[in-house]
Design a protein around this ligand. Sequence first.
Ligand code: MLT
Ligand code: MN
Ligand code: ZN
Length: 303
Amino acid sequence: MQIVLLGTAAGGGFPQWNCWCPSCRVARSDPRRAAPRTQSSAAVSADGRRWFLLNASPDVRDQLARLPIAPPDGPRHVPVAGVVATDAELDHTLGIVLLREGRRLRLYLTCAVRQVLERDSSILPVTRAFAEVEVIELPPLGGPVPLTYDDGSPSGLTVETFPVPAGPPRFASEELPGHTVGLVLRDTATAGSCAFVPGCGGLDDTLLARLDSVTLALFDGTFWTDDELIRLGIGDRTARQMDHLPISGPGGSLERLGRLRTPRRVYTHINNTNPILVEDSAERAEVERAGLLIGMDGMRFEV
Ligand code: MLT
Ligand code: MN
Ligand code: ZN
């Protein structure tokens, strides 16, 4: 299975259009010291030609242009075989509407995510006005569900879902089980596996054991400290109140993920305020010393 990190920033991207925090300033003035990043999404493929998106970001158009694909035979070519969503947040689902030119879209969603996209953000009804939308339902906990191509043939990849600690999107009219899940993608041919958890408010033993058993773990790297936005005068909620476990400090994700045997552990969904985005920062060095990677747009893995 090939995995491409299409976007590694949290909602708003990096630098964020209205933000002049220290790291956004560096990204504007000296992008060699802090590479700009698009909003979080990844793509997985068994054959390197047909891709399944893990979330569809508002930057999907630019992100697909960077995806490796063989030149097609005809005038139109849709390299996206399906979209698997972890939740219904805007930064993870607005790209669904933007794929409407594809005419046919296959979405893998939990029932709860489907409800929010149907009723609250109207992403599904709007997309349906342009394209045929097929929804394959994912259980909030379980699987494996096979990921299939347009003609119904199996890709050899499967997806498993598990709940992660988080609240529903703030525009959700109901809190239904399965509104936010983590994913494990498996390649049945190679036995390689990849966990994708871009938004997560805590790491209990069950979740750690899951991450410990995969080949590649892509994990929530939104904030460095719990009070990051408060200290910068940007927001009034802590990272934990926003359902993002901070990286640093006691009980932070670095302490816990650093102990795992997972061969590759990578932070993604990194907020523009996070100092790890600056190449020469002490915070970034601390992450690397613990054996974790800091996700960058275009990073590729094979498992
Ligand atoms: C999050 O990661 O917490 C959400 O994407 C927040 C947002 O959409 O503003
Ligand atoms: Mn987000
Ligand atoms: Zn910023």
